[in-house]
Ligand binder design. Structure first.
Ligand code: HEM
Length: 343
């Protein structure tokens, strides 16, 4: 059965909602009643049916609308997609990976036919039917990275590996939690992570970089990150801070359920075959508090995580102003019962 793609917005009237099925498959990220940074990396292997891990690249009911929102961001600000000249081959690698996986996972929606370097790509939800020559950028309407990531949910950073480090030398970033590709382009792993509190001292980044540098092709890995967003806005960028920063002052006990969203990122790591670059897709999932509390165990646990979050993390994630209101609201759903670890 095909996916029922919704028409909805992530700005202005914010008509984004999750269907009950989508709520059930939400990747609730907490496996205990507290949260601290760690090197939480695991193999990215396909998971159970009807979960976001069923396929390597999840496509869901928000696909068409998310792609529309990306097109709006790019029309206003083309610098959200950049690729330094030496990264074109990594763009082709990315295109191949995304096309082959989408066609394999969702044959009713995507198909790819190859005859040597003559490729035929059909994306039915977006009404795209293109023939091009693999490796020849002049046969596509955009460079290969932009072409395929305009058709793929989530942000993508493409890292060049050299001199014992990873360098953010290409990417497309329109659904981010307050960071900027234009600012970070050309930076290395420690430089772009510089603003993160506590994790450097804990040795998280040194260990993570070591792991990533050794990552092999065909053995992708993943981790998650989370923050919160007021209104279901995908583009919470520094570039557009003037549009969304003040939303944080609008949370009241009456509107928490509708306005406050948990924002979960499934971040993946793929070694690319020709370029040896590392592809880092960051897939964002949003859920409003009214939807989250339909699961009593999620409500109970998220109340405890948010209540006990270390102040440095609350400050960095930008939650300080509205956290007490949300904790108070969530406390109604926490009966104090012990929770099971690991769910
Ligand atoms: C935050 C990129 C891998 C841990 C960030 C930020 C960026 C980023 C741009 C925001 C920094 C800012 O405030 O400007 C990347 C890229 C990666 C990568 C491109 C792929 C190579 C990792 C790994 C870990 C990690 C492997 C740990 C195991 C973190 C943490 C934060 C962060 C803990 C703070 C997030 C928060 O509290 O919301 N990362 N990262 N990152 N990153 Fe990474």
């Amino acid at each position: 059965m095909g996916i029922n793609f919704k028409q909805e917005t992530f700005r202005d009237d914010f008509s984004f909602r999750n269907s009950p099925e989508q709520v059930r498959r939400f990747p609730f990220p907490f496996h205990e009643d507290g949260y601290m940074y760690s090197v939480n990396i695991e193999p990215h292997v396909p998971g159970a049916k009807n979960t976001v891990f069923e396929h390597l690249f999840d496509v869901d009911e928000h696909y068409v609308s998310e792609m529309h929102d990306r097109a709006l961001v790019l029309a206003e600000d083309p610098l959200r997609c950049q690729s330094l000249p030496h990264m074109t081959l990594a763009g082709w690698d990315t295109l191949e990976l995304l096309m082959t996986e989408k066609a394999k996972s969702y044959p009713e929606h995507f198909s790819l036919t190859r005859d040597g370097d003559k490729w035929h790509w059909v994306n039915r939800p977006l009404g795209i039917d293109d023939r091009f020559t693999f490796g020849d950028t002049s046969t596509l309407p955009y460079d290969p990275l932009e072409y395929i990531t305009r058709q793929s949910q989530g942000d993508f950073a493409v890292l060049d590996q050299r001199d014992g480090n990873l360098w953010m030398d290409a990417g497309i970033v329109t659904t981010q939690a307050d960071w900027s590709l234009d600012f970070d382009i050309g930076m290395n792993f420690f430089e772009w992570h510089a603003p993160v509190p506590l994790a450097h001292e804990m040795g998280v980044f040194k260990r993570a970089l070591k792991f990533l540098m050794a990552l092999q092709q065909g053995q992708p890995a993943r981790r998650h990150n989370w923050t919160m967003t007021i209104n279901p806005r995908l583009d919470t960028s520094p570039e557009n801070y003037h549009k969304w920063g003040t939303d944080r002052t609008t949370v009241t006990p009456e509107n928490v359920g509708d306005k406050v969203h948990l924002r979960v990122e499934i971040q993946m790591f793929f070694r690319l075959p020709r370029s040896n670059a590392l592809l880092f897709p960051i897939r964002c999932y949003l859920i409003k508090m009214d939807e989250l509390v339909t699961s009593p165990k999620w409500a109970r646990r998220f109340h405890r995580v948010l209540r006990d979050l270390p102040p440095e993390l609350a400050e960095y994630k930008g939650l300080v102003r509205y956290r007490p209101t949300v904790v108070e609201w969530l406390s109604k759903y926490d009966d104090g019962a012990p929770t099971s670890p690991g769910f």
